[in-house]
Design a protein around this ligand. Structure first.
Ligand code: NIG
Ligand code: FE
Length: 416
């Protein structure tokens, strides 16, 4: 992608979210706001950040494309650190069953759920998955997302898991949004391995992981650690192997039943543990100590009509919390960042400042890139959003509607 030279000046406020690592506990409330701010990007990289007066003293406007952000709030691009955006087919029927009273796990246990998306994804061509993935990325970009994490996990066989990761690799090259790829081969137990879960985990370790690692097809390895899916022991086995092979770790942990996924994430040094609706006090304490980012997915809890994860308790006990959409065809079909903000602030007792941190620098930390993205700091990639309003406080206030007017990726205006 091209890398731009851009100067943004006169921002009503420049919300830098300054920092190079995850923000824990009280730090999440500090956004570092510069009134009448400006930022300079050269060759796609942020060079200068400060008041407009200071920046215009040091840089010559004629060397740059200039955006006058008078009356606008300027922030780092959002990092959506947990999605399953490459999949074939849809499961609208299951949504209507859930409205009728069936639970997500009941549908899964009678052979529906993830397995339905697996069938459709196995049947889809790479071109079709690319086309669908691109459309979803375009939608995410319009919400101000500049980096997204995407998981495999709708293949559960060698060919399709690799196919999903290859599609994401191509999208990463061709779409302005950066994609962080995660191998989630252990997302469900395929039909031919029912009752032989250990053998399926061995299959992933022996037959799929080596290719993923050799071809650098994913940075992270993830698993759905859940009652009647993969146990804590199976999760430990797969993730330990993946770590030995050089991968970073994530877990779908303590979503529906409290199994000890948060504790396992801390013990294994995972970068993040995600969902965490049922995480125990001990698990939360362990994550805070081990520096595991707690990635919370309020749109999923909303869509499944579950109670929300204990964000307040986690932050008050020193955790770094990230927020993400969990975009997927089953439990949560949405790209909506405004909905994440609305739920986090109205129902999870997070302040607006904490929610902004959770979608910027802490989202970046959840994908292992807090040193490169997630804040407006000199040396970081020039990924920036400009709101149509003068303050970040309008983000949840304009309920469920995007306030993002412009998106800049590596110094290039990519959404206007
Ligand atoms: O994060 N919980 C497991 N995985 C996804 C749902 C995937 C699906 O239903 O297709 C999630 O919610
Ligand atoms: Fe998920």
């Amino acid at each position: 992608m091209t890398k731009g030279n851009l100067l943004i000046k006169n921002a009503a406020e420049l919300v830098t979210c300054s920092g190079f690592e995850a923000k824990k506990g009280k730090e999440m409330n500090e956004l570092h706001v510069i009134p009448n701010g400006a930022v300079v990007i050269q060759g796609g990289v942020i060079q200068g950040v400060g008041s407009t007066e200071e920046i215009l003293k040091n840089y010559c406007e004629s060397d740059f494309q200039v955006i006058d952000a008078s009356g606008k709030s300027v922030l780092p691009g959002f990092v959506d650190s947990h999605t399953h955006f490459v999949f074939g087919g849809y499961r609208a029927e299951e949504f209507s069953w859930r409205l009728r009273g069936d639970s997500y796990m009941e549908i899964m246990e009678r052979g529906g759920g993830i397995i339905n998306s697996v069938k459709a994804t196995r049947e889809a061509s790479k071109e079709e998955l690319f086309r669908l993935g691109k459309r979803r990325l375009d939608s995410m970009l319009s919400f101000g997302v500049t980096t997204v994490e995407g998981k495999s996990g709708y293949g559960l066989d060698y060919e399709t898991e690799i196919k999903q990761l290859e599609v994401m690799e191509k999208l990463d090259q061709e779409h302005p949004i950066d994609i962080v790829k995660t191998f989630l081969g252990a997302h469900a137990v395929p039909k031919d391995y029912k009752g032989r879960e250990d053998a399926f985990v061995e299959f992933l370790i022996e037959k799929v992981l080596p290719t993923v690692v050799e071809r650098n097809l994913a940075e992270f390895c993830d698993i759905f650690c859940e009652k009647n899916v993969f146990s804590v022991e199976q999760s430990r086995r797969l993730l330990t192997k993946a770590k030995e092979m050089g991968m970073k770790l994530k877990l779908h942990a303590d979503e529906i039943v409290q199994l000890g996924g948060a504790e396992l994430a801390a013990a294994l040094g995972a970068v993040s543990a995600d969902h965490l609706l049922q995480a125990s006090d001990q698990g939360i304490e362990d994550m805070a100590k081990a520096g595991v980012v707690a990635t919370l997915l309020p749109c999923t809890a909303f869509s499944l009509r579950e109670h929300y994860a204990r964000a307040r308790h986690m932050i008050d006990h020193g955790c770094a919390v990230a927020l993400a959409t969990d975009l997927n065809p089953g439990s949560c079909f949405t790209e909506s960042i405004p909905l994440v903000f609305a739920l986090a602030t109205l129902y999870m007792k997070m302040s607006i400042e904490e929610a902004v941190t959770a979608l910027t620098i802490n989202g970046a930390a959840a994908v292992g890139r807090a040193d490169k993205i997630g804040s407006i700091d000199a040396g970081k990639q020039g990924d920036i959003i400009i709101l149509e309003f003068p303050s970040y406080k309008y983000i949840p206030y304009h309920i469920g509607v995007s306030t993002v007017e412009k998106v800049v990726k590596k110094g290039v205006l990519v959404f206007d």
